[in-house]
Ligand binder design. Structure first.
Ligand code: FHN
Length: 603
């Protein structure tokens, strides 16, 4: 039941609270615990439409931690910049000395928004409050916010105006976990303002008050990006309540999946989309499942003077394409300085990405996952469909030296094929081979990082499955990126220094590969494994099973080659190899690959 305003005064106050023309109905008071969990698919699709079209956003981690800039009392922190209070166990009373220092006089909301827009980003998610509990807007509920600094302005208000002018969606990241608030539980041992009578329910009321300020004072907000939901005081039910509260304030807002905890069996999931962090899943999650990979540009979210481990523009563009090809969004982070500047290294990279997006954005925006189950050998594919017509965008990272681009498994002849960079849309010749479509391409790639070829089809696509197959020397290489992963926590981890199956905590979760064998025989099986303790697992293939033990290595990234024994593949055909943890004795391990080498002359 919607609580209507009891008198005109209340309604007038609420409308005057906005200094923005609103395009989205915003209620000044939350619905009375109305449930928003049962919207129709059409309602959900309408609400998620802009998110699915956007595909690319800017994450901004900006808070008091920027003033610390990754060091405290002259010592560098080992962790992320925004975790310095925790990682260096800084008492609140000490951390508070940053407040009178924080004065980002070089902050220019229009400049930040222009950097995002010119990079091709369609939305900005900025920390209204990170775990430090410090409000980056002048809250009426606490002095632990930006109004207590010499800055004296409201950066979120200035951003809301600049975003609206530029047609960029403004979104807020808001941490449930609050290291400062006297009622938040569990208290941090290093917090010297601890309140012996802390009352978590009182904290939740405060949290809702913050959200009401943010969702009634800054115009239509695209996403409420919750985080810090993992401590034991936060529950599924609290997540449901907070989800409904936020949607009650802005019914069209999108809320990420970190609003809640593990979903009890039989209960509806909460949160509108998944948020893999610092990793790109091996494949998408199927039609209608929305997700967004959030990723740093170096190794820290909040500014850290000493972190110069920047990803290359090539990596950033390949990540964007890879994510879009699997139906996801890329939320790429910047960590502004205490002066209010986005680091030059971030700006330079975003300029390269923006130039690429100017030419190729059509293949990213409003695209959906490509139709191929397996990774294409030379790059990725995004797709757009309209009625019976389908347009495929082939993103070619590795341009074929012989001028032949093969699309394995694609059995439908396109109506037309051309280079997206070719205004004249000069057709590229294409033929069918026994393996699929072959496109004849120019000798040189239009773009050194990723070139886009467009193929327009007017018939439904016929795509036959393409399997890993035996190499010319008879060996079979099964990489993590090609594994089928079965379970909720096991995942494919891909980053600068990772390309492995990880988070394999649950012994009920398995990994498997399907591959074609032309030459049967006996094979030696080896694996590349990293583990902190030796766990037991079975390798099952062609009716056989080998029991194996993982080695103990010097870290999750320290992979060692392990002989797992031999197996016999009795006849050619499609084979499945499964890695199944042995429950008793299972220890998490990271797996980079499995190799099968033929044993020459074996009986
Ligand atoms: O602890 C935070 C971290 O500081 C950062 O905000 C990331 C971004 O998604 N989220 C949490 C770690 O998962």
């Amino acid at each position: 039941m919607t609580r209507l305003f009891s008198n005109l005064k209340g309604l007038v106050f609420c409308l005057l609270a906005f200094n923005l023309v609103l395009s989205t109905p915003v209620r000044c008071q939350a619905e009375d615990a109305k449930s928003f969990l049962n919207e129709t698919p059409a309602q959900r699709d309408a609400r998620m439409k802009w998110f699915r079209e956007a595909r690319f956003g800017m994450f901004i981690h900006w808070g008091l931690y920027a003033q610390a800039a990754g060091s405290w009392d002259g010592k560098p922190t080992s962790g992320a910049g925004e975790w310095i209070m925790n990682d260096m166990q800084i008492p609140d009373s000490q951390y508070a000395k940053l407040v009178p220092q924080f004065n980002p006089v070089k902050f220019d909301a229009r400049q930040w928004v222009a950097i995002a827009k010119n990079a091709g980003m369609k939305y900005i998610v900025i920390t209204s409050k990170h775990h430090e509990g410090f409000g980056m807007y002048p809250s009426a509920l606490t002095d632990w916010c930006i109004k207590s600094t010499p800055f004296g302005r409201d950066p979120l208000k200035e951003l809301s105006v600049a975003c609206r002018e530029a047609g960029i969606k403004l979104c807020f990241y808001h941490s449930i976990m609050d290291w400062h608030h006297p009622d938040y539980l569990p208290r941090k041992p290093w917090n010297d303002l601890a309140n012996p009578n802390a009352d978590f329910d009182r904290y939740v009321t405060y949290l809702k008050g913050e959200l009401k300020e943010l969702l009634t004072g800054y115009g239509p907000i695209g996403i409420l990006w919750f985080d810090g939901e993992w401590e034991n005081t936060w529950t599924y039910d609290r997540g449901v309540d907070l989800y409904n509260y936020v949607r009650g304030l802005q019914p069209n807002i999108i809320v990420n999946n970190r609003v809640g905890r593990e979903v009890p069996s039989g209960k509806p999931t909460i949160g509108d989309y998944g948020t893999p962090e610092q990793t790109i899943p091996p494949s998408g999650y199927g039609p209608g499942v929305d997700w967004e990979t959030c990723m740093t540009m170096n190794d820290t979210w909040g500014f850290k003077q000493q972190d110069n481990n920047w990803k290359s523009p090539e990596t950033l563009i390949h990540n964007l394409v890879d994510i879009a090809s699997k139906g996801g969004n890329y939320l790429l982070n910047v960590g502004p300085t205490s002066e209010g500047l986005i680091p030059d290294a971030s700006v330079a990279r975003l300029q390269v990405v923006g130039k690429w997006m100017q030419m190729n954005g059509e293949a990213i925006y409003d695209s959906t996952a490509g139709p191929f189950k397996r990774q294409l050998p030379w790059g990725r594919c995004t797709s757009k469909s309209k009625g019976r017509a389908t347009t495929l965008f082939f993103h070619v990272f590795n341009w074929p030296a012989d001028g032949k681009l093969d699309v394995p498994g694609l059995k439908t002849q396109p109506r037309k094929v051309w280079l997206l960079s070719d205004d004249g849309k000069k057709s590229l010749p294409s033929t069918m081979t026994e393996d699929g479509l072959r496109i004849t391409v120019p000798n040189s790639a239009p773009d050194a990082i990723s070139s886009t070829i467009v193929a327009r089809f007017t018939e439904p696509l016929d795509i036959s499955p393409v399997y890993l197959s035996q190499l010319k020397d008879g060996s079979i290489y099964l990489p993590a990126s090609e594994a089928g992963l079965h379970g909720n926590t096991i995942r494919y981890e891909k980053s600068n220094d990772r390309d492995n199956i990880g988070m394999w905590f649950n012994p009920d979760e398995t990994a498997d590969w399907q591959f074609k064998v032309g030459r049967a025989g006996r094979f030696a099986v080896t694996a590349q494994i990293a583990a902190m303790a030796s766990g037991s697992f079975d390798v099952a293939i062609d009716g056989q099973s080998i029991n194996c033990s993982a080695p103990v290595t010097d870290g999750w990234g320290d992979f060692k080659s392990v002989d797992l024994g031999t197996i016999n593949i009795s006849k050619p055909g499609l084979i499945t190899l499964t890695i199944q943890p042995v429950k008793a004795g299972w220890q998490p391990m990271n797996l980079k690959s499995i190799d099968l080498k033929p044993i020459v002359g074996a009986p």
